[in-house]
Design a protein around this ligand. Structure first.
Ligand SMILES: Nc1ncnc2c1ncn2[C@@H]1O[C@H](COP(=O)(O)OP(=O)(O)OP(=O)(O)O)[C@@H](O)[C@H]1O
Ligand SMILES: [Mg+2]
Length: 382
């Protein structure tokens, strides 16, 4: 008996693992660090980055540039693309990319620069910082190479004096190594980090800003369609579903979420042994995705919408639109049309489900159901 059960179980696993049929043409296209071959809508920013780097190719200093924009506006991708292009065309400049969330110390950051130049990181213990620093700068100086360091997520250096020390180390290297040309590209979502810089760092930093604005709906749609072409076999996903994912992405103000949703709907369809992605696969994906991003979605609601959501979450008995609108009026004094607009927004964001019952004074009464755990929703509102 137990043998029989094991066999069935094993067959189940094998079916899943070995089944050659897939709707994914290139799974990597949905990875978070994937560099898309088509990188559109950022020509102005790419041009500004190229202009910042150009002097360094002619024995000048790169122009320090703060790369600033909300999440998933393409900042990291832009820098990685331009660094790669530059490295293929010139050896006059070393382009080091460091993620400061992962490398938060002075030593850690210079280890990454060391790795970029020499192909390996220095040992973590036993070598003093000054040795690593001098080795890097001497090498650059001897080879007449400039250095540009992209410090991604630079806000992680704000905790202690690391930010100032690292900026100082890089920007004032020419005081010890004459003629050395160095620059920094800090990447950040909020320009205010500059307030944390010491005067003597600021005086050599004097950066320009390269701004990455949020993508419009049309741009998001184009980017997602491109990603679909790269990641899925043809005709696996309908335009309607891509449009719906676009709306969801726009509402959540996070392109990464849209790309992630494409991957999840694909996985859901495969788990269902479906050859095309269907609406139910998107519904499932949004339900699981939305719970991860619930607090972010709620954060972006206006006050009225939050008040209504709270009312729904705190009073499971008010599940009829009529009684809910009365309570909402009592609590906020807002008009009926404000109530309707808020209901529609909550529904569009899939926080609630509504169903017409045909009852009520004008026959337009609706049943309203919260799609999430009410405690979780209240926690996010506070
Ligand atoms: N113009 C674009 N074309 C195609 N894909 C893009 C574009 N812009 C961003 N992406 C994709 O969106 C995702 C986020 O981009 P990226 O990591 O560059 O954003 P970011 O601005 O660095 O975000 P964060 O501030 O959260 O670090 C990546 O998967 C990237 O491939
Ligand atoms: Mg980034």
């Amino acid at each position: 008996m137990s043998f029989y059960i094991n066999t069935i179980d094993n067959m189940g696993f094998e079916d899943i693992l070995m089944d050659g049929e897939t709707i994914f043409n290139n799974m990597e296209a949905f990875n978070p660090d994937y560099i898309p071959p088509n990188y559109n809508f950022r020509d102005k920013q790419m041009e500004a980055l190229a202009i910042s780097l150009r002097p360094a190719l002619r024995n000048g200093r790169p122009i320090n540039s703060i790369i600033v924009g909300q999440c998933a506006t393409g900042k990291t991708t832009a820098v990685k693309i331009i660094f790669e292009k530059l490295e293929h065309s010139s050896n006059k400049l070393v382009c080091a990319y460091v993620n400061c969330q992962m490398h938060t110390t002075r030593f850690g950051i210079f280890s990454q620069i060391h790795k970029k130049i020499f192909g390996y990181a220095p040992p973590e213990t036993g070598v003093p910082f000054s040795k690593v620093y001098e080795k890097i700068m001497k090498h650059l100086s001897d080879n007449n190479q400039g250095l540009i360091v992209a410090l991604d997520e630079v806000n992680y250096l704000l905790q202690n004096q690391t930010l100032n020390k690292v900026f100082y180390d890089i920007l004032r290297a020419n005081e010890e190594f004459e003629g050395l040309r160095t620059g920094i590209f800090p990447i950040i979502s909020d320009i205010e980090f500059r307030l944390a810089l010491d005067m003597n760092v600021n005086s050599v930093f004097s950066p320009q800003e390269i701004i990455f604005p949020p993508y419009s709906r049309g741009e998001i749609l184009d980017i997602l369609k491109d990603r679909v072409k790269e990641g899925f076999y043809p005709n696996v996903i309908s335009n309607d579903i891509i449009e719906e994912i676009t709306d969801y992405t726009l509402n959540s103000e996070d392109l990464r979420l849209g790309i992630n949703l494409l991957r999840i709907v694909g996985n859901n369809a495969e788990a269902d042994a479906a050859k095309v992605i269907e609406q139910k696969h998107l519904d499932e994906a949004i339900a699981s995705n939305a719970s991860i991003n619930l607090s972010k979605i709620i954060k972006n609601l206006n006050n009225r919408e939050k008040q209504l959501l709270q009312l729904i979450a705190e009073n499971p008995d008010f599940n009829k639109s009529g009684e809910l609108s009365k309570e909402f009026k009592k609590k906020t004094n807002a008009s009926y049309s404000t109530f309707i607009r808020a209901i529609e927004k909550l529904e569009a964001l899939r926080l609630i489900d509504t169903k017409y019952t045909g009852k009520g004074v004008r026959g337009n009464s609706r049943d309203i159901n919260l799609k999430f755990n009410p405690n979780e929703v209240c926690r996010c509102i506070l």
